[in-house]
Design a protein around this ligand. Structure first.
Ligand code: COA
Ligand code: MG
Length: 319
């Protein structure tokens, strides 16, 4: 039995179209948190079978995750599609596949349908090779999905929500703007809803401009905006986007240093029975401390040197 990754650190999730053998091969040498092999919209309907076969061949040859990848996912076709069952069968048959990305989820029923099919494969055909159930990331791409978000978050196997801007814009006839205000309500609704059920990942939209300085500036702005809104990561379409996304969805050095100083000083403040105290002229109380603890934990997951910083700031006192 192959044991697969348990990490939920999803900052950069890179799409690799399963129809491109060149990109499938290329994906093995890339660094990113999650590779999403795509069987949905980057593959035309008449190429689905061929792409599924190519992906099967590609994944069957792997005995372990590529060294710089934490998770392998497959984006299947939507619930109700004639391709779905075969897509899910492929996902269940490969032990290294942890996660299935389900596009165009409109209701909790869509997630139940996917889970039901997965369960059959997990319990029957592939019982011997799987040590845990496949997780699901639901893509939110319609007005209906946003209106149903409070029930979708209770769907079986749900481990993440992902926003799909292009389909959402099409559904609502929105005009795209660089500052993304047209998506504010939907993106904020997703982040808020995910918190209710402690869904570990909420993943922001693709930045479709990926070339040159202009593409990079746009990507950086989108990452900063998404992180500030509470997203954990971002979908990528090109390998050149991954480094920026990973960096900007990790806590910054400045943030971690601030958070470490708070955790150190808070212990001393608590010993003096002070619930509210001051650091750098700003008030620190329970929620600010809670946020600092979260940042320190995330920094550890991202492999940052938290212990070095704790040592550096061990004498930090509350002001
Ligand atoms: N995954 C793996 N490899 C990729 C890649 C990806 N998503 N995007 C590009 N590459 C590879 C290319 O094959 C090329 O490899 P090579 O140097 O060995 O030839 C290299 O990276 C440079 O690629 P580049 O020439 O800059 O881009 P391109 O013109 O080949 O491809 C896209 C541009 C947008 C078509 C391509 O990046 C892509 O298909 N992205 C994913 C799209 C997708 O899945 N959309 C659905 C979800 S929104
Ligand atoms: Mg879509």
């Amino acid at each position: 039995m192959v044991s697969s990754s348990t990490s939920a650190l999803r900052r950069a999730l890179l799409y690799v179209p399963a129809s491109s053998t060149r990109m499938l091969t290329k994906s093995l040498g890339l660094t990113c948190d999650t590779i999403i092999y795509d069987l949905e919209d980057s593959v035309t309907p008449d190429a689905k079978t061929e792409a599924r076969d190519a992906l099967n061949q590609h994944l069957s040859r792997l005995s372990a995750l590529p060294p710089s990848v934490s998770e392998i996912a497959i984006r299947v076709n939507r619930a109700g599609s004639s391709f779905l069952e075969k897509d899910l069968k492929l996902a269940a048959s490969i032990p290294l596949v942890d996660t299935v990305v389900v596009p165009k989820v409109n209701t909790i029923g869509d997630l139940r349908a996917v889970s039901h099919v997965l369960k059959n494969f997990e319990n029957k055909s592939y019982k011997e090779i799987r040590n845990k159930p496949i997780r699901v990331i639901a893509m939110i791409e319609s007005a209906r999905a946003i209106m149903n978000i409070s029930s979708i978050i209770r769907g079986p196997r749900l481990n993440g929500l992902m926003f799909a801007a292009e389909d959402f814009a099409l559904d609502l006839s929105l005009t795209r703007t660089p500052d993304l205000t047209e998506f504010l309500y939907a993106r904020s609704a997703m982040v808020t809803a995910a918190r209710v059920e402690n869904i570990p990942s909420v993943i922001d939209l693709v930045c479709t401009s990926y070339q040159g300085k202009e593409g990079l500036t746009r990507l950086e702005e989108e990452c900063r905006g998404g992180k500030a809104m509470g997203f954990n990561g971002k979908q990528c379409i090109h390998p050149s986007q991954v480094e920026t996304v990973q960096r900007l969805f990790s806590p910054s050095k400045k943030e971690v240093e601030w958070a470490v100083r708070i955790t150190v000083a808070n212990k001393k403040a608590a010993a003096e029975k002070r619930g509210a105290w001051t650091l750098d002229g700003k008030m620190i109380d329970a929620p600010v401390f809670g946020r600092a603890v979260e940042i320190v934990e995330k920094a550890r997951k991202c492999g940052m040197d938290v212990d070095g910083l704790r040592e550096k700031w061990k004498d930090q006192e509350p002001e």
